[in-house]
Design a protein around this ligand. Structure first.
Ligand code: ADP
Ligand code: MG
Length: 241
């Protein structure tokens, strides 16, 4: 297959003061792929997403976008086609659902394009369609997470960077979140790099998974194969629901 590598971290190290958050990490993401980042707290998962979006101090290594080395800066990454949905469902609680979506397209000046994008995105989120004029603080946790995804899509990204989208949600809602991740990916061919604790649901939707520990990749591979991996079973499935 002649598929372009959309995004690649090559031997990346990131250091915050004296703390080495990433230590020689290699991660790649192809067009249209869903890739998961797993690992214990403090392993460096969020730092990988922040590195791609230009929010982490890269010490050494290279970041490639469509096989070109770049120095990531947030607004330029948005223009290239990356969208970052940070941890914690950060929606503007005092703004309506519609206003939250409009803000997501801050880089677009043409109102008609914004309207078209909202309409297209709402096809994926029928629940939000009914609540467009509601303040987003009135939404449930699950709906706020959907709004955070929807807002991320307003820049029409090639890749969505999702940090722990299921955190603090009930198991039923977590399932819906993953179904939605898969739907976004199939309907829009958006590549998705997702950090997640919820290993079982994650491995079911992710094509590939990287497992990190202490700033290094310890295992990587086909998600279904990893589910059968004894280390993964012991380390993660034993502990996590
Ligand atoms: P994860 O998302 O896997 O829990 P992080 O990427 O957030 O891990 O963090 C990796 C390491 O970097 C941790 O040791 C964390 O304490 C440290 N770290 C993350 N962000 C900062 C920061 N802004 N300043 C200092 N240390 C940080
Ligand atoms: Mg994190």
């Amino acid at each position: 297959m002649n598929q372009e590598i959309l995004l690649q971290l090559k031997n990346i190290s990131v250091q915050y003061g004296g703390v080495k958050a990433l230590d020689g990490v290699d991660v790649a993401l192809d067009e249209g792929e869903i890739v998961a980042l797993m690992g214990p707290n403090g392993a460096g998962k969020s730092t990988i997403l922040k590195t791609i979006f230009g929010l982490a101090p890269i010490r050494t290594g290279q970041l490639l976008w469509r096989e070109q080395a770049i120095l990531p800066v947030p607004h330029q990454m948005v223009r290239r086609g990356a969208a970052f949905v940070p941890q914690g469902r950060r929606v503007f609680r005092n703004l309506t659902v519609k206003e939250n979506l409009e803000i997501g397209a801050f880089a677009v000046k043409d109102k008609k394009i914004i309207k078209q994008r909202i309409e297209r995105i709402l096809e994926l989120f029928p629940d939000l369609k009914k609540k467009l004029e509601l303040k987003s603080r009135a939404l449930s946790g699950g709906q706020q997470q959907m709004l955070a995804f929807a807002r991320g899509l307003m820049t029409d990204p090639k890749v969505l960077l999702l940090d722990e989208p299921s955190l603090g949600l009930s198991p039923k809602i977590v399932k819906e979140v993953f179904v939605k991740i898969k739907e976004i990916n199939t309907q829009r061919r958006t590549a998705i790099l997702v950090v997640e604790h919820n290993i079982k649901s994650l491995l079911e939707v992710a094509d590939r998974t990287y497992v990190l520990d202490k700033g290094k990749i310890v295992t990587e591979g086909d998600s279904r194969q990893l589910l059968k991996n004894d280390i993964i079973k012991k380390v993660f499935l034993g502990k996590l629901k």
